[in-house]
Design a protein around this ligand. Structure first.
Ligand code: M6R
Length: 612
C-alpha cells in the first residue's frame, strides 16, 4: 500500500516526482507529500487527500530542486491527516523518509526513543525511522557522508521488524537519494545523468525503460550518474538492467473517462494476448515459462489455488474447472486465511498463486508457506518483475498490460484464461483429448467479448434502472455462482451498494428474507445444466417483489419472471465466466458513474495491498 517516487538529476525534481506519483495514486490516496533538497536545506509539503490537494498546497511554486522524494498514502497507522502524511522527518528536520509497508515493532521503538527525549510529530509507525537514523548519526559523531549516512540507515533497519520500501533524503547530502526494500516493491529507473525511483514501473516508464528491480534486503545509494546497490551488510550487488517492453501509452487513459472503462475495453486484447504463443495452431497447449516435466506434472496429487479478491474469485473458477477435467482434489483459498489454516502441503502439491500485482502481501506469504512445506509454486501474475513473478518456482504471465483502475477487470479475464490453459495443459499431459473443443472455444473468445462490449448502450439503460437499488444479490449455480462472486465484488467496491453473491439454491435457506421492493437480483442462467433450476429460483425472488435481471445465453427463452434480461454470447460452460463478466463490469461501472462515485479510486481501497 502507498506509492513512492523519487528523482535525482537535472529536471525540476518536485514536478517530476509529483507527476510520476500520479501514476501511483491507485496505491493509496488518503494523503500525499513531497520532500526536496534546496539551497535552504530540506523542504517538505504535505496535504490530506489526493495529489491534486498537494499541488494546491504548492500553488504552482515548486521549489528549485534536483533531488526529491514523494509519497501517496493508504493509511495503516494513524488516521489520514496532514501530520500523518509522509514524508516524515527527524526532530532536527534534516532527514526525510517516505515508506510503504508496516514497521511492526514501532510501538516499542517509539517508547525507547521517547524515553531518550525524542518528541514525535505523528502517530505513524514510519516516524521511528528518521528518528532512529538521526540517533545513529549522533552516536557516530563523525562528519555526515554518504557512507556514514548509509551506515546509520542500515543500523536503523537492523532494529525494525516488518516490511518496507523506503526513499530517504538527508539535508547534508545533496544529489543523493537512499533507498531500501524488504517485502514491499521498489524499482530504480535508470536514465542518462538522472535516475528515478518508484514503487512500480508504470511511474518511470515515460522517462526510461531501463529498470533495476530491488530485491528484499537490498539497499541503494542513488545519485544522478550512479546507482549503487548493496546488501544490508554492505556487500555490493550486481544487478542486470531489466528492459521494459510495454510503452507509456499503455498506462494512459487513451480517451476513456476512466481507467476502469478503458481496461474493460481491453478485455478482448487481453485474452488474445494471454492465449498467444500458448494455444498453438494444432490446438495443443504449450506453457513456456512453466518448466515442469510431464513426470513432475503428474506427481501433483493435489492442487491449491490461492489469491485475494478478484484473483481469489478467478481461483474459484479454476478449482471447479480443474476438478472436472483432472479428477484431482483442488482447493481455492483466500490468501489471508491460507497459512493460518495449517494447509496440507507437501512435495505432491502444486500451489497456484494468482495475483495481478504480484505484490499482495498475503499472497506472497502464502507462497512462502507453500515453499517452506515443500510444495511447488506456480504464479499466475500480471506484473513482470514483481516479487511473485520472481520468487515462484514457475510463472505464467497474464498479458493484461498495466491495470490502473483499483477495480480489477481485464486482469480477471486474463487470470481465467491462464487457468484454462494450465488446466488444459495438465489434462493434455495426462493424455486427455478434450483440448480440441476448448482450443476452438478459446480462440473464439476475443470476438465474443467484442460482442459483449457492443452491448454497452443496453447495459447503460439497465444501470439507469437499477442505480437506486438498496441492495443487490447475484445468484448462480456452478460456474454461474463463481461469476456471481466477482460480479458482486465489482459492484460493491465502486458503487458502495451492498452486494452479495449466493448460490441460487441457498436463497430460501435464509437470504430470501431480505428480498423486498428495491432489492435487485441478478440471476445468471448461462449453464445449460442448471438453467431451468435457476429460473425457478428467480421466480421465488419475483414472488417477493425483488427486481429480477436474468443473464441468459443468446437464443435462450426470455423467462416471464424477469423484469430485465441481458443476453450474452454462449460458449462452453466452463468458459462462460469469462464472457458473462464483461457485462457485469460494464454494469458496475455505469451504476457507480450514475451514483457519482470515484470509479478509479474507490474510497478506503488501494490497488495493491502490500500489508497483511
Ligand atoms: O494484485 P492482486 O491481484 O494480488 O490483488 C488482489 C486484490 O487486492 C484485488 O483483486 C482486489 O480485490 C480488487 N480491488 C478487486 O477489484
Amino acid at each position: 500500500m502507498c506509492g513512492i517516487t523519487g528523482y535525482v538529476g537535472n529536471r525540476n525534481a518536485v514536478e517530476t516526482v509529483i507527476n510520476n506519483l500520479k501514476r501511483l495514486e491507485y496505491r493509496g490516496y488518503d494523503s500525499s507529500g513531497v520532500a526536496c533538497l534546496t539551497e535552504k536545506g530540506l523542504e517538505v509539503a504535505r496535504a490530506v487527500g489526493k495529489i491534486a490537494n498537494l499541488e494546491r498546497v504548492l500553488d504552482g511554486h515548486t521549489p528549485e530542486s534536483h533531488t526529491a522524494i514523494s509519497h501517496t498514502r493508504w493509511a495503516t497507522h494513524g488516521k489520514p491527516s496532514e501530520r500523518n502524511a509522509h514524508p516524515h522527518r527527524d526532530s532536527a528536520g534534516k532527514i526525510a523518509v517516505v515508506h510503504n509497508g508496516i514497521i511492526e515493532n514501532y510501538a516499542e521503538l517509539r517508547e525507547e526513543l521517547i524515553s531518550e527525549g525524542v518528541v514525535f510529530a505523528s502517530e505513524t509507525d514510519t516516524e521511528v525511522l528518521p528518528q532512529l537514523i538521526a540517533r545513529e548519526l549522533t552516536r557516530l559523531s563523525t562528519q555526515i557522508s554518504a557512507e556514514s549516512f548509509a551506515h546509520a540507515i542500515r543500523v536503523a533497519l537492523s532494529l525494525v521488524r516488518g516490511s518496507y520500501a523506503l526513499a530517504i533524503l538527508c539535508a547534508d547530502l545533496p544529489d543523493t537519494v537512499f533507498v531500501a526494500r524488504k517485502d514491499s516493491p521498489l524499482v530504480v529507473g535508470v536514465g542518462e545523468g538522472e535516475n528515478f525511483i518508484a514503487s512500480d514501473i508504470s511511474a518511470v516508464i515515460r522517462y526510461t525503460r531501463n529498470v533495476l528491480l530491488l530485491e528484499d534486503g537490498e539497499f541503494g545509494i542513488i545519485t544522478p550518474d550512479k546507482v549503487t546497490l548493496l546488501k544490508l551488510d554492505g556487500q555490493i550487488v550486481a544487478r542486470e538492467i531489466f528492459r521494459v517492453t510495454w510503452d507509456d501509452a499503455a498506462a494512459e487513459k487513451g480517451g476513456y473517462a476512466h481507467f476502469m472503462l478503458k481496461e474493460i475495453y481491453e478485455n478482448p486484447r487481453t485474452v488474445r494476448e494471454t492465449l498467444r504463443t500458448r494455444l498453438l495452431e494444432d490446438g495443443t497447449i504449450s506453457l513456456p515459462g512453466v518448466p515442469f516435466t510431464p513426470a513432475k506434472w503428474t506427481s501433483f496429487k493435489r492442487i491449491a489455488i490461492v489469491g485475494c479478491g478478484t484473483a481469489y474469485h478467478a481461483g474459484v473458477v479454476g478449482k471447479r474447472f480443474f476438478e472436472r477435467i483432472l479428477r484431482r482434489p483442488v482447493t481455492a483459498e483466500v490468501a489471508s486465511e491460507f497459512r493460518y489454516g495449517d494447509p496440507i502441503l507437501d512435495a505432491e502439491t502444486l500451489v497456484i498463486l494468482i495475483s495481478q500485482s504480484g505484490e499482495t502481501a498475503d499472497t506472497l506469504a502464502a507462497m512462502r508457506e507453500a515453499k517452506s512445506k515443500g510444495a511447488t509454486t506456480l504464479a499466475v501474475v500480471n506484473v513482470v518483475g514483481s516479487t511473485l513473478s520472481r520468487d515462484a518456482d514457475a510463472v505464467l504471465l497474464t498479458q493484461a498490460g498495466p491495470e490502473i483502475g483499483v477495480a480489477s477487470t481485464k486482469a480477471y479475464l486474463a487470470q481465467l484464461t491462464a487457468l484454462s490453459l494450465i488446466g488444459l495443459y495438465f489434462a493434455q499431459v495426462q493424455g486427455a483429448t478434450l483440448t480440441a473443443d476448448y482450443a476452438v472455444a478459446l480462440r473464439e473468445l476475443p470476438s465474443l467479448l467484442e460482442r459483449c462490449l457492443q452491448k454497452e448502450p443496453e447495459i447503460i439503460a439497465l444501470a439507469e434502472a437499477l442505480a437506486s437499488s438498496s441492495c443487490f444479490f447475484y445468484l448462480g449455480r456452478g460456474y454461474d455462482f463463481d461469476t456471481s462472486l466477482e460480479a458482486a465484488l465489482k459492484l460493491k467496491e465502486i458503487s458502495y451498494i451492498h452486494a452479495e453473491a449466493y448460490p441460487a439454491g441457498e436463497m430460501k435457506h435464509g437470504p430470501l428474507a431480505l428480498v423486498e421492493p428495491g432489492v435487485s437480483v441478478i440471476g445468471f442462467c448461462t449453464q445449460i445444466e442448471t438453467e431451468e433450476k435457476m429460473i425457478s429460483n428467480l421466480k421465488e425472488v419475483k414472488a417477493r417483489e425483488g427486481t429480477v435481471v436474468a443473464v441468459l445465453r443468446e437464443g435462450a427463452k426470455n423467462p416471464d419472471c424477469a423484469d430485465y434480461t441481458l443476453f450474452v454470447p454462449g460458449t462452453l460452460d466452463p468458459l462462460m465466466p469469462i464472457v458473462s463478466m464483461v457485462s457485469m463490469q460494464i454494469l458496475a461501472y455505469h451504476v457507480a458513474r450514475l451514483r457519482g462515485c470515484e470509479i478509479d479510486q474507490p474510497r478506503n481501497l488501494a490497488k495493491s495491498v502490500t500489508v497483511e
